[in-house]
Design a protein around this ligand. Structure first.
Ligand SMILES: NC(=O)c1ccc[n+]([C@@H]2O[C@H](COP(=O)([O-])OP(=O)(O)OC[C@H]3O[C@@H](n4cnc5c(N)ncnc54)[C@H](O)[C@@H]3O)[C@@H](O)[C@H]2O)c1
Length: 116
């Protein structure tokens, strides 16, 4: 089975993506800060095929560790959905360091790319 890595996969659009990929036969690594909702989705809906890696995507170290753990638990990923992102409308030039911004997406891409 291919592996999909999905950030912000506990709820909302990410949660829908987790369910869709799992229903299509993918293993899924769900990276999110919301432990309660993530575990509900993993354990109640897709035990075995969806695994939760508690991750704040603003932390490069945490992203690196979670993707490494996901590869160890499953295999190198085929899909990355870097969904946890900006939730504040602003121009690129007004982003603050604490915003979940573009950097979290490219850090995920980088860590995934290293494992291809
Ligand atoms: N819903 C919309 O209409 C819409 C429109 C355009 C863009 N977006 C973008 O799509 C993405 C998902 O939107 P949504 O409506 O499903 O949001 P949501 O708030 O329902 O879900 C976001 C998920 O990301 C997780 N998350 C939040 N901060 C995180 C962090 N630092 N690290 C890891 N996970 C984190 C949350 O726990 C949650 O599970 C966001 O990037 C949002 O900006 C949404």
């Amino acid at each position: 089975m291919p592996l999909a890595i999905i950030t912000g996969g506990a709820t909302g659009i990410g949660g829908a993506a987790v369910r869709k990929y799992a229903s299509e036969g993918y293993d899924v690594a769900l990276l999110d800060v919301n432990k309660e909702e993530s575990l509900k989705l993993c354990q109640k809906e897709h035990p075995g095929s969806v695994a939760f890696f508690e991750t704040d995507v603003r932390s490069r170290k945490r992203v690196e560790a979670s993707i490494a753990s996901a590869v160890e638990a499953f295999r190198p990923p085929s899909v990355l959905f870097a969904n946890a992102g900006i939730q504040r409308l602003s121009s690129l030039f007004e982003l603050r360091d604490e915003d979940i911004g573009a950097s979290s997406c490219w850090v995920c891409q980088l860590e995934m790319g290293k494992r291809q």
